[in-house]
Write a new protein. Structure first.
Length: 167
């Protein structure tokens, strides 16, 4: 029994992110976040995410969480490439940045955020509303009108505030 378990663990890690992609294509739940045919009405908030690599903006794509052909959108998604994460959910629950990156189907850790990687032995600089975030960036709660900046530096930039007047 014990040896069976040992064999199962590397097999699971070897398939990596492929299951997430397959779930996305089928519109199946990811981290308990469903892909529904219409936007949820219980909670509608927005968080602004910016990524920088040595002072240059690295994009957050449009249509994250809106898989083409699936006919649904995940509760946590983007519409355009402005870095605004839309949380439109039929439940009152706090989502976190790690869940958004899982739906994006890319990496988030202290060392890497999508294509932005810290230098060997270093970590990315993460701020939430300008304050340094030193814990795992995956645990950052997605709250309304917050500014999340993740970057590899130097140089370090402060980013820009979203135009919250419309959101
Ligand atoms: Zn929205």
């Amino acid at each position: 029994m014990f040896s069976v378990l040992l064999l199962a663990v590397p097999a699971l890690s070897a398939i990596g992110q492929a299951p997430v992609r397959a779930q996305m294509l089928a519109g199946l739940a990811i981290d308990g976040i469903r892909c529904d045919v219409s936007e949820g009405a219980v909670q509608h908030i927005h968080t602004h995410l910016q990524l920088f690599d040595r002072g240059r903006a690295a994009g957050v794509p449009e249509q994250i969480g809106i898989p083409a052909g699936a006919g649904c959108l995940y509760w946590v998604h983007t519409h355009s490439n402005d870095g605004i994460i839309h949380i439109e959910a039929p439940v009152a629950r706090t989502f976190n940045l790690g869940q958004f990156f899982d739906i994006w189907d890319t990496s988030l850790s202290r060392m890497q955020a999508d294509g932005v990687r810290a230098r060997r032995g270093g970590t990315l600089r993460v701020t939430v509303n300008g304050r340094l975030w030193t814990r795992d960036p995956r645990s950052i709660p997605l709250r309304d009108h917050e500014e999340i900046v993740i970057q590899n530096g130097p140089p370090y930039v402060s980013g820009h505030r979203a135009d919250w007047s419309k959101l």
